[in-house]
Structure formats: structure tokens, C-alpha cells
Design a protein around this ligand. Structure first.
Ligand code: ADP
Ligand code: YYY
Length: 280
């Protein structure tokens, strides 16, 4: 019970600090963020502005409070400094996080499956989580569906919470976070909310014509609303304009491990696994 109470207090502090951070950073994030959000091109986002994000964080924090308060009433001592944050139950300060980036169809998901099998990572695809969220009947499901079809990047407050919740639910300590961060707003929100950065970025480099061919092939069976030529063109544009700057940022920090994914899946994996030698 002591551990549960301590975890509850840590989570509560993390949620409140997230909400405070969003509140403090809202003007900055709106100014710098996703063009779709900043320009207010989606009515649901435009109507609520970034208040939508801050309100979401506060609502989650408020929802958590009764449990945390009840547990705190049991007279537990304060959790140690630095215990807050969203790390699952691990002995270390935070879990191992590898951001997996690359254009649409570069082969991120395909290679993540291999890494999961060989190196004991948990694969969390931001796109898969968003697709599940949009089908779950959630209040913002229609907004997410429309943005995905248009090749736009969903507001970070939605994506980061889905990722952190999935990490926590897994109870594991090594994560491949696939398709995230897709823009500066994603990256900023991760740092503010999770409180730590990735260990490194695994980047799959692939020419656009190859990716297009793969996506059209995938579209024959995927049932995805965005595996059609119109959405694919929009996704490529978003990738070049919003996602590549994130890769460049991490390259500046010497955190990018790059793989040429214009080869057969086996050849790509032969290169990929070299980047995980430390995790055997
Ligand atoms: N190296 C490869 N060569 C040929 N086809 C590939 C390769 N890697 C993946 N694919 C296929 O291309 C499509 C996109 O791959 P996927 O892993 O879903 O990409 P991403 O997650 O980057 O969008 C899928 O149909 C997949 O089977
Ligand atoms: N961080 C993310 C990741 C994906 N999305 C949305 C927008 C993307 O075009 C879709 C699909 O992403 P996903 O990673 O599943 O697919 P591709 O890499 O484009 O094949 O999801 C997002 O809004 N934010």
C-alpha cells in the first residue's frame, strides 16, 4: 500500500505540474506549434485554442485527485524528490525511450516488430494509438479522424497522454516510440510532460517515390483512411515541413542513428539491429 500511495502522489504531482507547465507555456506553444493548430484550420481546435490542451491536462489532474488524496490520508511520508514524472515502475530515473522516425511508409512499424522480438522493447506507435482513440467514441475522436485523413499532426496534448498512459500500463522499461515526435510541438510537449528526453532517435531514411509505392501497396489491405494518394501527398508535405526539423534538431545533438531503409526488410534490419547492440 505504501508503494501504491507513493506512486499515486507522484502521478498526481506530475499531472498538476503538467497542467501548470501547459498553462505557462501555452502562448509559446501556440506561437511555435503545428500550423494546423496555430492557424486554427480545424474548427474544434480553433474554437478552444490551446485552452483545449490546458483544460485537458487539468481535467485529468482533477480526476486523479480524489484517489491520491485518499491514499495520502493514510499518513505516508512524502515521496523522494525527483520521484515524480511518468516513468513506469523502474529502478532507474526514467525508462529507456527510443523515438523512431522516418517518412510515412519508410518501414518504421516493420522494423519495430523485429526490435521487439530481439531486444525486449515495447513498441508504441503514436499513429496506432491515435487511430484506436479516434474509434473509441472519445469527444475529440472526430477531430483526430479528420486530421489524420488530412495528413495533419494531432495536438500534442492528445498524443503525449496516450503514449504516457500506454507506457505506464505496460509496466515495462524499454520503449520504441514510433512516429513521434512529429513536430516541434510534439517534442516540446514530451519534454514538459514526461520530464526527460529520448535516449536516441532511430531514423529510417527512404526516398519519397519508394515510400509512395509502399503506402499504396499497404493501402490495398490496411483499411486506413490516409493510405490513398491524396492523403499520402499531404503526409509527405507535413513530414518535410514539420517532422524533418525534429530529426535535424536531434542530429545537432548527435542523437540520430540513421538507417537506409530503401533495401529489403532483412537488409534494413541487419543495419537496424547494430544500433541496439547495447540492449542484448
Ligand atoms: N524494406 C522494405 N521493403 C519493401 N517493403 C517494405 C519494407 N519495409 C516495409 N515495407 C512495406 O511497406 C509498407 C509500409 O511499411 P510500414 O512498416 O508500415 O511503414 P511505416 O510504419 O514507416 O509507415 C508495408 O506494407 C510494409 O509491409
Ligand atoms: N505523433 C503523431 C503521429 C501520428 N499522427 C497522425 C498523423 C499521421 O499522418 C497519422 C499516421 O501516423 P503513423 O505513424 O501511423 O503512419 P505513417 O508513418 O504515416 O505511415 O497519425 C499524429 O498526429 N501525431
Amino acid at each position: 500500500m505504501r508503494q501504491v500511495a507513493r506512486a499515486a502522489r507522484a502521478s498526481e504531482r506530475a499531472l498538476y505540474s503538467t497542467a501548470r507547465a501547459y498553462e505557462a507555456r501555452a502562448p509559446l506553444v501556440v506561437a511555435e506549434g503545428n500550423a494546423a493548430v496555430a492557424a486554427g484550420s480545424h474548427p474544434a481546435v480553433a474554437a478552444r485554442g490551446f485552452g483545449f490542451a490546458a483544460a485537458g491536462a487539468f481535467a485529468t489532474a482533477a480526476a486523479f485527485t480524489p484517489t491520491a488524496v485518499a491514499l495520502c490520508a493514510e499518513g505516508e511520508e512524502a515521496a523522494p524528490a525527483g520521484a515524480e514524472g511518468s516513468a513506469p515502475s523502474s529502478g532507474s530515473a526514467h525508462p529507456t525511450v527510443v523515438f523512431v522516425l522516418g517518412g510515412p511508409g519508410a518501414g518504421k512499424g516493420t522494423q519495430c516488430s523485429n526490435i521487439v522480438n530481439d531486444f525486449g522493447f515495447v513498441h508504441l506507435s503514436a499513429g496506432d494509438l491515435l487511430r484506436a482513440h479516434m474509434k473509441s467514441g472519445s469527444e475529440d475522436g472526430n477531430m483526430v479522424a479528420e486530421m489524420i485523413k488530412n495528413g495533419q499532426i494531432v495536438p500534442s496534448v492528445v498524443t503525449v497522454r496516450l503514449l504516457l498512459d500506454a507506457m505506464k500500463a505496460s509496466g515495462k522499461e524499454r520503449f520504441l516510440i514510433d512516429g513521434f515526435p512529429r513536430n516541434k510541438e510534439n517534442r516540446d510537449a514530451w519534454e514538459v510532460t514526461a520530464g526527460y528526453d529520448c535516449d536516441f532517435v532511430l531514423f529510417f531514411d527512404c526516398p519519397e517515390d519508394v515510400m509512395e509505392r509502399r503506402l499504396l501497396g499497404r493501402g490495398e489491405t490496411s483499411g486506413r483512411t490516409d493510405d490513398n494518394i491524396e492523403s499520402i501527398k499531404k503526409r509527405f508535405k507535413t513530414f518535410v515541413e514539420s517532422s524533418m526539423p525534429v530529426v535535424d534538431y536531434y542530429a545537432g545533438l548527435k542523437k540520430v542513428r540513421s538507417v537506409n531503409s530503401d533495401q529489403s526488410p532483412d537488409e534494413v534490419y541487419a543495419q537496424t539491429k547494430g544500433h541496439f547492440a547495447a540492449f542484448v
